[in-house]
Every structure is written in C-alpha cells, then in structure tokens.
Design a protein around this ligand. Structure first.
Ligand code: FES
Length: 153
C-alpha cells in the first residue's frame, strides 16, 4: 500500500530533479557555445563597402559620416567636392568613436580631446598613433552623383 502511494511522488521528484539538472546544464552550455561560435557579420570578410553617393545629405552638410566596414566603424570625410578620405573611426587612445569638426578641419575625439589632421595623423591630445587610412574611390556614372566606395588601403 505504501509503495503505491510513493510512486507518483517518486515520479514527480525524478521528473523535477531531472528537468532542473537539464536546465542547469543548458544554462552553462548556452553561453559557452555562443561565446565559441563567431558572430554572423557578412561584411566582415569583404575588402570594400559602398558608402552611399556624393549627394548624401550628411556629407553635404556636416562634411562626414560614419559607415560600417564589417565590424569596424569608418569615418568618411568630404574634403573638397571631388576629394573624399576615410579613416578608422576608432580613436587610437581608448577606442571612442571620432567625429569631424568641419569649421576647424580636423577629426576630433570628444572623450579626451584628441585631435587628428585630415591625413589621420594624431596632432594633439592623448591619441598615441594615427588613424588607419582607407582608400576612397568615386564611381561616376553619367550625370548622376558618384558612388563612394571605401576599401582597405
Ligand atoms: S579615446 Fe579618444 S582621446 Fe581618449
């Protein structure tokens, strides 16, 4: 009689402990598997990205824009109507994202006041190295605005 009463209780305990153990194992394995598998960033393997065209409102007004080059942010500068430059947008000091001060014609990092010239050279503040340069090509097609292609230098 006693054995019959304890069977459902035992089954419940086995089920409960088994599923709890399963949940613990999954909670440990999931982050390990996610950490070990590489993220899916399709542009990460490419050597060039299309960064819009020369009529881009950001380039026309602010003189720059930040574009993604795989996982890397790149700052694209409009130096003149026909000259564009691109550099890594990651400050070489502590990895903040840089911006462009059009009125002072310099690349500036707001985090600690670092500044770079339009060749990407660190000219003041704490950045220890220049910004990595990228190559910019303009692909003109008739009277349409030229496409801007940024590639590794
Ligand atoms: S992170 Fe740019 S100056 Fe410090």
């Amino acid at each position: 009689m006693e054995a019959l009463e304890s069977r459902p209780r035992r089954r419940f305990l086995n089920y409960f402990l088994g599923s709890s153990l399963g949940a613990v194992v999954v909670s440990f394995l999931y982050p390990v598997i996610r950490f070990a598998s590489p993220p899916l960033i399709p542009e990460a393997t490419t050597n060039q990205v299309e960064a819009g065209d020369t009529s881009d409102p950001l380039l026309m007004t602010k003189g720059f824009k930040i574009v993604r080059f795989g996982a890397e942010p790149v700052i694209l500068l409009k130096v003149t109507d026909t000259e564009y430059r691109a550099f890594s947008a990651t400050c070489t000091h502590l990895d903040c994202i840089v911006g462009y001060q059009k009125e002072r014609t310099r690349i500036f990092c707001n985090c600690h006041g670092g500044a770079y010239d339009l060749n990407g050279r660190n000219v003041s503040g704490p950045p220890p190295r220049p910004l990595t340069a990228y190559k910019v090509n303009l692909l003109a097609k008739g009277s349409e605005p030229a496409k801007i292609v940024v590639s590794k230098a």
